[in-house]
Ligand binder design. Structure first.
Ligand SMILES: NC(=O)C1=CN([C@@H]2O[C@H](COP(=O)(O)OP(=O)(O)OC[C@H]3O[C@@H](n4cnc5c(N)ncnc54)[C@H](OP(=O)(O)O)[C@@H]3O)[C@@H](O)[C@H]2O)C=CC1
Ligand SMILES: CC(=O)[C@@H](O)[C@H](O)COP(=O)(O)O
Ligand SMILES: [Mn+2]
Length: 383
């Protein structure tokens, strides 16, 4: 029985992780879970999964749980609370599905305690990939990818030799505005941006998908997870989201992983790895119904966020942390309807252009740059 600590339990990945856990009570139990402030969503999950420890974002939420819902479970608060449950001796597996770089400390400290980690929280790898991967190597911890593309690549690489990989091909759906010309992006709304054509995901990643920053973050994530240079990572548009990514080898063979757009597949694979288990209430890919699959060249002119991510990744140092923090802040402002969709990329560009990169940053430096960038981004839009 694996005891799981789940960060981001009330989110899109969190809920689907709990669905997988629910199907296999003989294999998994929930030791602890963390969420932000969404008490209404959390209460039925607390009652069903009965974690031994809870973590919430702030004291107000803790009091709400205790006073309005009579929750008697131990409740910790904030990023420190997430670290505490992640390194708890009773935690066997950490599923990090929290949104944003707030998940970084927990990932780092869990690696130091040699916990098995299923990682959905891509911002962690973008912000501090060099630290996370060096620690993982030092402590012999394997990070099991949950992100669908990275799970696909991980599956394609099973039994293969890293040095025989020619390139990685990440697929991108194109997001909510894939059929919208760039000129028309000026007036798109939050509601439009939240309509992803293939995946039902949290708000932040859905916006990232529409701006193509999601793919940019995934390029950096792939660089770190698979130790592959940026010039060997390609992105192509594939609107069906059936091929989740591919690996080309030196002999020109390409191995791809296919499946319906169902995040339970990579989540379950990360939890049961190296085994595969039946996935409840799922349909096989119906190739006849699908008929065709489409592929289109990616354009940096149409999707400048992707180019910014490649550049920040290649430059390294604190640039990816700036990219990520600027994006997190800009997307939050867009979701609050304080800036337009196209202002997201303007904020990120400005933050990157005005940052003096620091090479080989330690954790403290990264966290300071993250905070500074968020403040600077707010000042930039309110100037
Ligand atoms: N959704 C998907 O299909 C995919 C997601 N990912 C990645 O997985 C991660 C999670 O995404 P997703 O599930 O969509 O996000 P959601 O927004 O749906 O969920 C985020 C979760 O994090 C919690 N949370 C947010 N801020 C804090 C905080 N400060 N402290 C504690 N908990 C917090 C939220 O709590 P609350 O509900 O209370 O706000 C919620 O449980 C992201 O890094 C994303 O990029 C990767 C691939 C696919
Ligand atoms: C499900 C998942 O992994 C998301 O990151 C997904 O990839 C988003 O799709 P696009 O970014 O390709 O639109
Ligand atoms: Mn993805």
């Amino acid at each position: 029985m694996k005891k799981i600590t789940l960060l981001g339990a009330t989110g899109s990945i969190g809920i689907q992780t709990l669905e997988v856990i629910r199907q296999y009570p003989q294999l998994f139990s929930v030791h602890a879970f963390a969420f932000g402030k969404n008490v209404k969503k959390a209460i039925p999950l607390i009652r069903e999964f009965q974690p031994k420890i809870l973590v919430v974002q702030d004291m107000e939420t803790k009091h709400e749980l205790q006073q309005h819902y009579a929750v008697r479970t131990e409740i910790l608060v904030g990023a420190a609370g997430m670290v505490e449950v992640s390194i708890d001796p009773e935690t066997d597996v950490l599923v990090n599905a929290v949104m944003g770089s707030v998940g970084l400390d927990a990932t780092i400290q869990a690696i130091e305690k040699k916990k098995q980690i299923a990682i959905a929280n891509k911002e962690t790898l973008v912000t501090a990939g060099h630290l996370v991967m060096a620690l993982a190597q030092q402590h012999q911890v394997q990070l099991l990818p949950v992100d669908s593309e990275h799970s696909a690549i991980f599956q394609c690489l099973q039994g293969e030799k890293q040095q025989q990989v020619e390139r990685i091909i990440l697929t991108a759906s194109g997001g909510s505005f894939r059929d919208t010309p760039r000129e028309a992006l000026e007036n798109v709304t939050v509601e439009d941006a939240l309509k992803h054509p293939n995946w039902n995901m949290g708000a932040k990643i859905t916006i990232d998908s529409a701006s193509m920053m999601n793919k940019g973050l995934e390029v950096i994530e792939a660089h770190w997870l698979f130790n592959i240079p940026y010039d060997k990572i390609d992105v192509i548009l594939h609107k069906e989201s059936i091929i989740h990514s591919m690996v080309e080898f030196q002999d020109r063979s390409i191995i791809a992983q296919l499946g319906n757009a169902d995040m339970r597949i990579p989540i379950q694979y990360a939890l049961t790895y190296p085994n595969r288990m039946p996935l409840q209430e799922s349909d096989p890919v119906n190739f006849i119904e699908l008929g065709k699959m489409h592929f289109q060249e990616m354009s940096f002119e149409r999707f400048p966020c992707l180019e910014m991510a490649y550049q920040a990744g290649k430059e390294g140092g604190t640039m990816p942390a700036v990219l990520n923090a600027a994006n997190e802040q800009a997307v939050a402002l867009f979701l609050q309807k304080k800036i337009s969709f196209l202002a997201i990329e303007k904020v990120i560009l400005e933050m990157l252009n005005t940052h003096q990169s620091i090479q080989h940053p330690d954790l403290e430096t990264i966290q300071a740059v993250d905070q500074e960038t968020r403040l600077k981004a707010i000042q930039f839009v309110t100037r």
